[in-house]
Design a protein around this ligand. Sequence first.
Ligand SMILES: Nc1ncnc2c1ncn2[C@@H]1O[C@H](COP(=O)(O)OP(=O)(O)OP(=O)(O)O)[C@@H](O)[C@H]1O
Length: 272
Amino acid sequence: MLTVENLTKTYRSGDKALQRVSFTLPKGQVVGLIGPSGAGKSTLIRCVNRLVEPTSGRVLLNDLDLTTLGKPALRRARRRIGMIFQEYALVERLTVMENVLSGRLGYVSFWRSWMRRFPGSDIATAFRLLDRVGLEGRADSRADALSGGQRQRVGIARALAQEPELLLVDEPTASLDPKTSRKIMRLLTEVCAEHELPAIINIHDVVLAQQFTQRIIGLRAGEIVFDGPPSDLDSAALTAIYGEEDWSAMRQAAAEDADAERDQTDRMAGLA
Ligand SMILES: Nc1ncnc2c1ncn2[C@@H]1O[C@H](COP(=O)(O)OP(=O)(O)OP(=O)(O)O)[C@@H](O)[C@H]1O
């Protein structure tokens, strides 16, 4: 379980990126974090694992107060938090297997990691995870030989290899086409259910968030202006999050994207 209490972040520039943000995520719950550019989504994700230091407030992962930890304890605690990034953050010249095993680095001794000698149980786990994310047979491929969707699958397997208690996911589909985005979101939500993992997914695509997450948190100017099930995300709620003009423009853009995708599918079918 993750508990965020009155989390506040004011950058040195004076930007109030988060203002008294509070919520609790039970085990296995996947939250879509939405909001306009500059609303504070990235800041919130980074304050949870203290890549950005909060100005005040508390973050509790199960019983552990992350906000009070000194550096060594924080390093240990971060093992318990899996991160998945927009640009995958893989080591391109290493194999898929090596990238997944890097999720175990926080657990193995320095010499083992330096020699890249991981215990057999870690390797067995990595193979199992690769199967789960649909990359069976690709363990020896170099990361730079994979498509965007496959790279994100490696990113998911690497995060799971950490045996995390929480997943923080930053724009996982921003570099992917619509169809691959849906596959990745489906995979993410399935593995969270299987591992009873709570997850925060920072996602700019409202339709995807609605389709795949169980709960939406809407941020505007650093404050939570919506917190509820996707079915409650009506026009009024979207206007509260994005403002009238932005929301209408987004709806228009989403409709155009869907049209373009349908056209493309029709063309491909015509070629077959
Ligand atoms: N390192 C920083 N120093 C100063 N101000 C910052 C810093 N990072 C973010 N901000 C400011 O904090 C506010 C929230 O930014 P943040 O990046 O968290 O928003 P966001 O919702 O993730 O936006 P986007 O969707 O564009 O990534 C903005 O006003 C931004 O300008």
